[in-house]
Design a protein around this ligand. Structure first.
Ligand SMILES: [Fe+2]
Length: 86
């Protein structure tokens, strides 16, 4: 779930800059994005030994979908706050 974050952050940084934020304001996103390549690798290494059967893969799928749903809520909230929509 970390691997797509780098791409996501590229869009976030671009959008936040259009909203008037500086590189300094966006330090977390600028510095953390590239680290997520490594984080993704660590997570895969930790998960793969536990994905033994169909039930495990379904649990992973379900968790990934829940994470994406949560991320969607986060992005909607950021959009509302940055662009002052209610
Ligand atoms: Fe990360």
């Amino acid at each position: 779930m970390e691997l797509p974050i780098l791409t996501l952050y590229v869009y976030l940084i671009e959008g936040f800059k259009k909203a008037g934020m500086t590189e300094e304001d966006l330090e977390f996103f600028v510095k953390h994005g590239p680290m997520d390549i490594h984080h993704s690798s660590l997570l895969l290494d930790a998960m793969i030994p536990h994905l033994q059967g169909k039930e495990d893969r379904e649990a992973l799928r379900s968790g990934a979908l829940r994470s994406l749903d949560a991320r969607s809520i986060l992005m909607d909230g950021l959009y509302r706050i940055v662009w002052k929509e209610s």
